[in-house]
Structure formats: structure tokens, C-alpha cells
Design a binder for this molecule. Structure first.
Ligand code: ZN
Length: 340
């Protein structure tokens, strides 16, 4: 019986050496120490052992059980340790390797120009205002001296919501909101996206960008308007740009002008953007109509002002020589990636 116990221990020790997984170790434990295990069956058969040897065999069997258990615990620790080491070895990181290039986003050329123009105006003492895209009829039309029967209110030009609200058709809507908050004298700009029902082509989009400007004070006149516009264009294009002023009719200014600049894409020779004319309409402008000032709560006996709307998309097209306005909303990374 003693020999049999020694054999069990040797057998266990021979086999435990080659075990490398926790699962196999568990199986081995069951095989030796489980209910039907080798050692257990020896202990069960103790009753058949001669009474005088029973104590010795029992004691020895328990010692073997303790040492098997001890070896299992040690082996388990060894396996777990190996697993951790393997993991560390396989997951190490070489921090000296070049990282894969991640694609960084960039600023859209229109936003870029907008920020630049905001900086120019702020350096000239202007404040920057904002307003909602969804506007009321009052702020977009009525307060800007655009009566109910004016063609600009035609369904073909304006996106209407069922409840009568509209998508603002120009940033001029920001003017009235501004006048309600700020008292003259003031110089403000309101940049933003505007919306019109348009057939899109190389120079027209249904959503585009304007920058509204307004100066109100005592004795403000057309000369102030022209000099401000020239300063602005020189700052934007970093050179003197050829401009022309044509009379223009806009209900919210009187007198009104259309400021054109010489087409910088074709240098005035004629192309798809300037419709072969060599000139690009850039800024409607003029002296603010007294009715508009009155809607803003401004004393027209004392104050006058000028206003202008800058077509930002055209400006960006001129600046970067972009031949088609539809690139702006194309989402084509080959296009937008050029401005990062
Ligand atoms: Zn042109």
C-alpha cells in the first residue's frame, strides 16, 4: 500500500511537469484528488488495510495529498506568470516607430476668409453680430423696407416654412436685430449663411454666405462708405483692386449701389464666373434707408448710416481662383484639403 502511494505521487510529479494550461492542471487535480481520483480511492480502501498499518498509510496518504495540493498551487502560479509574460512580450509598443498618419480636419475656405474679414473689421472698430438662420418675415423683409408685394418676397426666391417663418435670404436681417440692441453711433458686421431658391450653376448656390456691415453715426455719408469699402478690399486682396460703382436698387438703402470688382480669375478678360463680362458683383451697398433706421428705433434727424453686403463665396472664389461655387458644398476632400 505504501508503494502504491509513492507511485501515485511519482506519477503526479511526472505529469505535472509538462502541464502548461490552467485547464489541464484542473483536469489533473480531479484525476488525482477528485471523488474518483487515484488518491481518494486509496483512502477509501483504508478499511481493507491491516489495522496496525492503517494509521501509517492514512498519514502518508494525507502527506501526499498535501504535497500534490502544494505542487498544484505552485504550478498554477507558474502558468499564470507565464501568461502575463507572454502578454507583455506580444503587446509591447515600440514608441520610436513612426505613427500612421491620421487625417486632420481643416477650416473651410469660407470660414477662413470669414475669420480673416472679421479680424480686419474688428481692427477698424467694428463689432461682430450674429442672428438666426430661421427668421421672421418682419426681420427679413418688413423692417428692411421690403413691402409685401416686393418681388424679393416671391415664393421663387424664398424658402418658407408652413408656419410662415422663412430661411433668411440675406444677412441684412441681422441689422435690425442689432439696432434693437445697440444705440448709435455704432459699426457692426453680421456674417453668416443665407438661403435662396436658386437653380445652381457655376456661380449660384441655394445656400451661400454673406457678410453684412452697417455704420451709423452723425454725418455718415457716401464718401465714408466708399473709403471703407476700398480699405476692406485692399486688406482682403493685399493689393489695390479695380472697382466700379453702379447705381443699384435695394429697398433698404437710398441711394443704393452695386460694387463690382474686376474679375480676378480671368483678369477681366471674361470667364464662366464673371459671365464673360470681366466684372463680378461683390457688394450691394448704400446709405441706409430712413425707414430701416426708424424700424431700429434710431432718430433719423440726428443719425445716418451706410450698409453693405459682402458676397463671401464670390470673394473666396476670387481670392483662391475657384471656378465653380458648387465646390464649396461638394464635401470633396481633394478640394477642401487644399486650404488646410
Ligand atoms: Zn472672369
Amino acid at each position: 500500500m505504501k508503494d502504491k502511494l509513492d507511485d501515485i505521487l511519482k506519477d503526479f510529479q511526472n505529469r505535472v511537469v509538462s502541464i502548461s494550461s490552467i485547464q489541464k492542471l484542473e483536469d489533473l487535480k480531479v484525476e488525482f484528488l477528485g471523488k474518483k481520483g487515484a488518491l481518494t480511492s486509496v483512502l477509501k480502501n483504508l478499511k481493507n488495510v491491516a489495522p496496525e498499518e492503517r494509521g501509517i498509510v492514512g498519514k502518508l496518504a494525507n502527506q501526499i495529498k498535501v504535497s500534490i495540493n502544494g505542487e498544484i498551487v505552485a504550478k498554477r502560479a507558474e502558468i499564470e506568470n507565464n501568461l502575463v509574460n507572454e502578454k507583455i512580450a506580444s503587446e509591447w509598443l515600440d514608441v520610436t516607430l513612426n505613427s500612421s498618419k491620421s487625417q486632420l480636419g481643416g477650416i473651410h475656405p469660407i470660414s477662413k476668409i470669414q475669420y480673416e474679414i472679421e479680424d480686419i473689421f474688428m481692427s477698424l472698430g467694428f463689432s461682430v453680430l450674429d442672428g438666426p438662420h430661421i427668421e421672421t418675415d418682419y426681420y427679413n423683409f418688413e423692417a428692411l423696407n421690403i413691402p409685401a408685394d416686393h418681388p424679393a418676397r416671391d415664393m421663387q426666391d424664398t424658402f418658407y416654412f408652413d408656419n410662415g417663418a422663412i430661411l433668411r435670404t440675406h444677412t441684412s436681417a441681422i441689422q435690425v436685430r442689432g439696432m434693437e440692441k445697440i444705440k448709435p453711433p455704432f459699426k457692426v458686421i453680421g456674417p453668416g449663411r443665407v438661403f435662396r431658391v436658386e437653380r445652381t450653376d457655376a456661380s449660384h448656390e441655394a445656400a451661400f454666405h454673406q457678410l453684412e456691415g452697417m455704420v451709423v453715426g452723425e454725418g455718415i455719408n457716401v464718401a465714408n462708405l466708399i473709403s471703407t469699402m476700398k480699405t476692406l478690399l485692399r486688406e482682403i486682396f493685399k493689393k489695390d483692386v479695380e472697382v466700379r460703382l453702379r447705381p443699384g436698387f435695394f429697398p433698404f438703402v437710398e441711394p443704393g449701389f452695386e460694387l463690382d470688382i474686376s474679375c480676378l480669375i480671368c483678369n477681366g478678360k471674361g470667364c464662366s464666373v464673371c459671365k464673360q463680362s470681366g466684372w463680378v458683383e461683390l457688394m450691394p451697398c448704400g446709405m441706409v434707408h430712413p425707414n430701416v433706421l426708424k424700424h431700429g428705433g434710431i432718430d433719423t434727424e440726428k443719425y445716418s448710416g451706410f450698409a453693405f453686403g459682402l458676397g463671401m463665396d464670390r470673394l473666396v472664389m476670387m481670392r483662391y481662383k475657384i471656378e465653380d461655387i458648387r465646390h464649396f458644398h461638394s464635401g470633396d476632400l481633394r478640394f477642401s484639403g487644399q486650404f488646410v
